[in-house]
Design a protein. Structure first.
Length: 234
């Protein structure tokens, strides 16, 4: 049986924290390799990559700024390449652009690419009706340099919580300080007991490995908007 060709990752945001982790750990991947890097300081660009055609098995992986996200998404659509992004702080217009792009290319946008958060979301969906009997609150904590609050992951958890319980809940609480990679907690509060569910990222490697796995998985998929849970369930 012929082995599947490695996904060729075009990494946008390579100078960022997650981008650096992807660069560091992709060498050990049996399913993907680094084809090109683009960062926010102008090192590397789409024009240079455009000159190399065709680009076989390429996947655009974006962990950058909102401005670079828009450019990389538009370029992926132009080149008809799969697109994966973990960039947060996106606007409603950006999400609408993702929906439009999904008609042309396969893509994944995820606020958190760790398998543990996928399990967290599954838990909320599966037990939403029973959780609705309690008072519920999402809390998140990140390093002091993180600009968006609440985090994209907290917003995702909140969205699934509202949808599965069919109730509105208070907005997530955000904490910023030190070098925290990411902590997300669900408070389940009753009159006589309190339960907490917590996910803690111990390093950024978990996000990088998730992004690499997603790039390998989405290669050759049909156009559409996929989720990280599709990656890990397979």
């Amino acid at each position: 049986m012929k082995a599947k060709a490695k996904a060729q990752i075009i990494l946008v945001g390579s100078a960022g924290r997650v981008g650096q982790e992807i660069t560091k750990h992709i060498e050990s991947s049996a399913a993907a390799e680094l084809y090109a890097s683009i960062d926010h300081k102008g090192r590397g660009d789409f024009v240079a990559i455009d000159r190399v055609r065709p680009i076989k098995n390429a996947v655009v992986v974006d962990f950058s700024t909102t401005a670079n996200f828009r450019e990389s998404l538009a370029w992926a659509v132009k080149m008809k390449l799969p697109f994966i992004s973990g960039t947060t702080g996106l606007s409603a217009k950006d999400f609408a652009a993702l929906g439009t792009a999904a008609k042309t290319v396969p893509l994944i946008w995820s606020s958190n690419m760790s398998p543990g958060i996928c399990l967290f979301l599954d838990f909320i969906e599966n037990f939403g009706k029973r959780l609705a009997e309690y008072d519920l609150l999402i809390e998140e904590a990140h390093h002091k340099r993180k600009k968006d609050a609440p985090s994209g992951t907290a917003k995702t958890l909140q969205s699934v919580l509202v949808r599965s319980t069919k109730k509105k809940w208070p907005e997530p609480i955000s904490i910023r300080g030190g070098g925290i990679f990411g902590v997300h907690k669900l408070w389940v509060m009753g009159e006589e007991e309190t339960i907490t569910f917590e996910h803690t990222a111990l390093n950024r490697k978990v996000f990088a490995r998730g992004a690499i796995a997603a790039a390998a998985w989405i290669n050759k998929k049909k156009p559409g908007l996929y989720a990280m849970r599709d990656v890990f369930r397979s």
